[in-house]
Design a binder for this molecule. Sequence first.
Ligand code: PDD
Length: 282
Amino acid sequence: MTKVFINGEFIDQSEAKVSYEDRGYVFGDGIYEYIRAYDGKLFTVTEHFERFLRSAAEIQLDLGYTVEELIDVVRELLKVNQIKNGGIYIQATRGVAPRNHSFPTPDVKPVIMAFAKSYDRPFEDLENGINAATVEDIRWLRCDIKSLNLLGNVLAKEYAVKYNTSEAIQHRGDIVTEGASSNVYAIKDGAIYTHPVNNYILNGITRKVIKWISEDEDIPFKEETFTVEFLKNADEVIVSSTSAEVTPVVKIDGEQVGEGTVGPVTRKLQEGFNKYIETRSN
Ligand code: PDD
């Protein structure tokens, strides 16, 4: 029986319920993380929970959990569900209170929920690459917070799907920001370009790993903004996320990227990523 974590307890999926007055449900007033397990171990889990607590602090939400305590929760969740390879979703909302935009007074306890699902690595996409579509970035100006408010991301992803592609690459005006659920990179003349870490993008953990690999491999990693045109003229393009890892993009808006095949820098990053799975999972 699948078990879900809600407020300190592991509950059967069929009985896992939250209130209709939960502020996550009513206002999207909460934050989340998505973490990968490889072979029963958690990948870069400390980085994920440090970001989780940062997101919480940015919305003035005190979770009452340390990084170590959160790690214990998700370890237990994997164990009770006997999951070796898969993903863990964890979210925290400001809690249950009568509907009123301002924070509840007195304070209510946050509602923390987590579930885990088995799935394999995306081998086919990693090998052959994916197609993407560009779309205007209509999201709010705090994309650095991993907030439950994902309507802009949802609409962008749906646009991508409608055009028979797997990811939407968002841009504010001419400037490429990030994917609907990934960070975006253009590789040109052997250097990697990606949007700097600020309020316009999520500071991806996989992005961090890619930065480590580029340092190991002496590949220039340029945190600079670039245009949609630059992206389309790149030699190679990739998107990265906890679930997509280092996924090549071989077509954008129906046009081939470079030779339309997976390039050498991408392959090097993928090899480096496999090594980090070995060394950064525990
Ligand atoms: N999303 N940017 C956005 C908007 C994202 O939603 C994600 C990940 C990323 C990449 O972050 P990371 O490398 O830390 O996974 C960037 C997750 C996977 C999700 O929403 O399920």
